[in-house]
Design a protein around this ligand. Structure first.
Ligand SMILES: [Zn+2]
Length: 477
């Protein structure tokens, strides 16, 4: 005879256990993902920013950024299939699909005959909402690896078409680079996006007016550079949309019970590092830290269901904390004297110097003093050595100084000789050394908090990062 006690043991307990356990398992999965990729941000970029923040408080040390307080830190190598030092396209494809590919390839395998599918496209298919944010153009390498499949990162127009057909819910930050194609002879990508049902909003006010149910949005800054990117943080004004506001708005628009996936790229940092401009790079990392802070606020409301990752595709510039001209000394606080980015200063020089009467060295020194604080007395006084560097740069700009291509490459890269020399002198005075205008092959840091964060401990390849995210989401089967 079956007693009620036995029924309880045989039927009811397992049922209760099953529901409890499956509910428990469910609660163990991340359904809100924030994937921050800071282009070009090696560990030293992070440490330099923290040391700069500490110096503002007259302290020797490192003032923690929002994401360096995360419980988990890992390190990742990032080589491409065919080159040790990677590029944003190959590294981005690794970060989005978990597969190594060749240099300049977007979302395809190394031989460029097969598409690779990003974690964003997979979660979109599963019913999650997807937002892709970047402060450089939205069809640039890092954002594009999450929605496009193109044999070359330079196929900006085709990447834009892939964006429109992705059907993702939110794009924010920079605009379309080459919106009408390389030769300006193709249908405008903004028009095509509108026809496909995307709502295009420009600037902070229009972005703020968006309502919770507005979907399929492309939100771009009012002002975009020639590269369709946002200005550097150091050059921004109230018309620019800070990364933190884009995160806030993406959360508001994408929040739903199924979950969301937000990839946000701090892309301008990389360009600052390519120009070896420490102050500009630092201010953009501070902007990134603010944006991560917004994701953290969301995490605090949904700690068991949110995962935040902050990482990079590669290091740029080979920056280090210490420069041979200063031995063991640093003076990072000097960087507050820089008022504009290398790029804005180069534009300012171009517009000033195109007037022949302005082409005198005294005016150059005056501008350098105004925008970098260099010159005069005290710690920012120019030494004979630094004066010679500047006057050589001036002569080089005028075409009066003949130097070899190698010397030109070592001294100025592809930058305006005067702007880059002023920037470099200030960096050296602060105690920052740089080794290259390009990327380096050094590992990148990975910071994680939230559901599944422990998986990001250790030393691995960046291709493991999206695999770990999938595991945290329970989508690895
Ligand atoms: Zn990059």
């Amino acid at each position: 005879m079956i007693t009620s006690n036995r029924i309880l043991k045989i039927v009811i307990f397992p049922v209760i256990f099953f529901f409890f356990y499956s509910g428990f398992l469910h609660a163990q999965q991340a359904k809100y993902i924030f994937y921050f990729i800071s282009d070009g941000m090696g560990m030293t970029h992070v440490a330099v920013t923290e040391a700069f923040l500490a110096s503002q408080k007259n302290e020797i040390g490192f003032e923690r950024l929002s994401f360096t307080k995360f419980p988990t830190t890992g390190f990742a190598n990032n080589n491409a299939l065919n080159r040790l030092i990677t590029c944003s396209a190959a590294a981005g494809t690794a970060l989005s699909t978990g597969q190594k590919t060749t240099i300049n390839t977007i979302g395809m395998n190394g031989t460029r005959d097969q598409n690779l599918y990003s974690i964003a496209s997979i979660v979109k298919r599963e019913g999650y909402k997807v937002g892709i944010i970047s402060n450089v153009s939205i069809n640039h390498a890092t954002p594009s690896v999450f929605y496009a499949h193109q044999p070359s990162r330079n196929n900006y127009y085709e990447i834009g078409l892939d964006l429109i057909s992705s059907n993702y819910d939110f794009f924010g930050g920079g605009g379309f680079y080459q919106a009408t194609g390389k030769d300006k002879d193709k249908p405008d990508l903004y028009q095509l996006a509108k026809q496909a049902g995307y709502h295009i909003v420009r600037g902070v006010d229009q972005l703020n007016n968006l309502k919770r149910n507005d979907n399929r949005v492309i939100a771009i800054s009012n002002f975009l550079t020639k590269a369709a990117s946002q200005d550097f943080v150091i050059d921004q004004n109230r018309n620019d949309i800070p990364l933190s506001l884009l995160i806030d708005k993406a959360i508001e628009l994408l929040d739903n019970d199924k979950g969301f996936f937000i990839m946000a790229e701090e892309g301008n940092h990389d360009w600052a590092a390519h120009a070896n401009d420490g102050a500009t790079a630092i201010w953009n990392i501070i902007g990134l830290s603010d944006a991560v802070e917004r994701a953290l606020e969301f995490y605090k409301e949904h700690p068991n269901e949110t995962l935040i990752i902050v990482t990079a595709d590669h290091e740029t510039g080979g920056i280090t904390l210490g420069w041979s001209g200063k031995n063991y000394e640093t003076d990072l606080l000097l960087l507050i004297h820089q008022k504009v980015s290398f790029s804005k200063f180069a534009h300012l020089l171009d517009s000033t110097l195109k007037i022949p009467e302005n082409q005198n060295y005294e005016l150059i020194l005056k501008l350098i003093n105004e925008y970098f604080g260099l010159g005069g007395e005290g710690e920012l006084a120019l030494s004979d050595y630094e004066n010679k560097l500047l006057s050589d740069a001036w002569k080089c700009w005028k075409g009066e100084l003949q130097i070899s291509d190698m010397e030109k490459q070592l001294n100025y890269g592809n930058e305006n000789p005067i702007a880059v020399t002023a920037t470099r002198i200030l960096n050296h005075k602060a105690g920052l050394g740089w080794t290259t205008w390009a990327h380096t092959g050094t590992p990148v840091p990975v910071f994680a908090i939230g559901q599944g964060h422990e998986m990001f401990n250790g030393y691995y390849h960046i291709t493991d990062i999206p695999k770990k995210i999938k595991m945290a989401m329970g989508l690895d089967k």
